[in-house]
Write a protein that binds this ligand. Structure first.
Ligand SMILES: *[C@@H]1O[C@H](CO)[C@@H](O)[C@H](O)[C@H]1NC(C)=O
Length: 463
């Protein structure tokens, strides 16, 4: 081989190598670009100034968080009130459907946090999860509290359980509310209370949707959907969930005080008392079912409310179950619905405009429903004496409604329970009184005239 021939060959090899190297670099560059692109799902990660805009940063946090919980098989679902609200607005849905380029219409809101929920029985401690969170740059704050499910009157030393998780990335947050199933088959979450040692600046705690107080929810049916390019579970009927959220405040029964009460006044465990409690419990469950089908909210009133507040129980000598309903929620088909459920009408006193009261006969136990009227600073319900046509009025301070649990049922009570009980039973409500006259005993009873005789047919109906 000649020298020139050799030179030509070396040259060719050099050019070929250069070409291969150049195209490899180009290919790698393309690959890198593609990966960047696909990981962003089209979101341009950096704006012209070179940092993430608020929405994009938030979307990236959500992607990190959802990737993390997916990897650890934690089926969180969206409970963020602003996001769920956006989903229920036709205008937002329409605008979203018109957008071609990647966007974040539902999960990125005006706030720097998004709220999810997780069922507590699906959570387990896994250091791998904490490591994976740290690897993704997520800071985690865990908030614990007492487990009320173990808080029976026999055991006041409840264990601590996780109640809230806060994942933070670049001062943006994902708040995870842990929901536990209570014995009444509903879901409960605890309040978010910071311990002294905790960082009060970790999150805008005052602005969070969940945690100012404990809350109760019916177990929602969930569906998997795609929002803003991310797979998320949401409550199927999110308008219903939002509605529940607006009145979700939950009060725990006062176990400690109930225990003290029973030490002073030992529980009646006679067969009659146990029998009455069982019947009252099933009547309460039945009434709750009938009224919830009708969509009529109610609360525990009079003796039933006193029993819950004072002793976390039904008072065995009370002889009836007492419920309150706002008169604005009265519906004509209430009577028919109870009759269909096997509870005949026993009496009807008053009329819708004044002092309405319905009484149904359960199995040995009476169900009394008192309708409450709104009058400025006070609310009141009426009473009627059948034989004389005399009217009575029971006055209470205004109150709002909270959830609680009685006899394995999620029910409402006045949130300002002590004021309510005090109004009705006076300052000695904590002392049992067995002889009771509804016309004279209540602390808040007032005489309220007599029904005109011509109205008696309507306002005094006894069956
Ligand atoms: C959602 O729940 C509400 C009750 O809060 C009900 O009126 C409505 O029909 C439900 N919607 C669907 C689609 O089931």
């Amino acid at each position: 081989m000649s020298a020139t021939g050799l030179m030509a060959r070396i040259n060719r090899t050099f050019v070929l190598t250069l070409l291969i190297a150049a195209s490899s670099i180009f290919l790698l560059f393309q690959l890198f670009n593609y990966r960047q692109y696909s990981s962003k799902n089209g979101f341009s990660a950096l704006n012209s100034k070179g940092y993430l805009s608020g929405k994009e940063a938030h979307w990236h946090l959500l992607k990190k968080f959802l990737g993390l919980v997916h990897r650890f098989k934690l089926p969180v679902f969206l409970v963020d009130t602003v996001s769920l609200n956006l989903l229920s607005q036709d205008a937002v849905l329409y605008r979203d459907s018109q957008l071609k380029e990647p966007h974040c219409s539902f999960l990125c809101t005006h706030r720097d946090f998004t709220t999810f929920a997780l069922l507590g029985n699906l959570w387990k401690y896994d250091t791998a999860l904490l490591d994976a969170a740290a690897e993704r740059g997520l800071e985690l704050l865990e908030i614990h509290g007492k487990d009320p499910r173990l808080n029976s009157m026999d055991d006041l030393t409840a264990k601590e359980i996780p109640l809230h998780f806060l994942f933070r990335f670049n001062s943006r947050l994902v708040h995870v509310v842990v929901l536990y199933e209570r014995s009444g088959k509903y879901l409960w979450h605890g309040p978010l209370r910071l311990k002294d040692s905790m960082d009060r600046t970790f999150a805008p705690f005052g602005k969070l949707d969940f945690g100012r107080h404990a809350g109760a929810y019916d177990r929602p049916e969930l569906i998997l959907t795609t929002l803003d390019g991310l797979d998320v579970r949401i409550p199927k009927n999110y308008t219903r969930f939002l509605h529940e959220h607006s009145s979700s405040c939950f009060l725990e029964c006062r176990c400690r005080e109930a225990k003290a009460f029973y030490q002073l006044y030992p529980e009646d465990t006679s067969t009659e008392a146990m029998d009455f409690r069982m019947k009252a419990k099933s009547l309460l469950h039945l009434a709750s079912k009938v009224l919830s089908v009708l969509g009529v909210p109610f609360w525990l009133s009079s003796g039933t409310c006193l029993g819950w507040y004072r002793q976390c129980n039904i008072i065995p000598y009370s002889k009836d179950v007492d419920l309150g309903i706002w008169i604005k929620d009265y519906r004509q088909d209430i009577t028919q619905a109870f009759q269909k459920a096997g509870l005949p009408l026993k009496h009807k006193f008053g009329k819708v405009e004044d002092s309405l009261e319905l009484s149904f006969q359960g199995n040995d136990v009476k169900l009394d429903i008192f309708f409450f009227y709104d009058e400025g600073d006070i609310v009141w319900n009426g009473g009627t004496q059948a034989k004389s046509g005399k009217k009575f009025k029971y006055v209470f301070p205004r109150f709002s409604l909270c959830w609680t649990e009685l006899m394995e049922l999620k029910v409402r009570v006045p949130c300002e329970t002590e004021d309510y009980v005090m109004a009705n039973y006076g300052p000695n409500w904590n002392v049992p009184v067995k002889t009771w006259d509804w016309k004279t005993s209540p602390f808040n009873v007032r005489e309220n005239g007599v029904w005109p005789v011509r109205e008696w047919d309507e306002v005094v109906q006894v069956y």
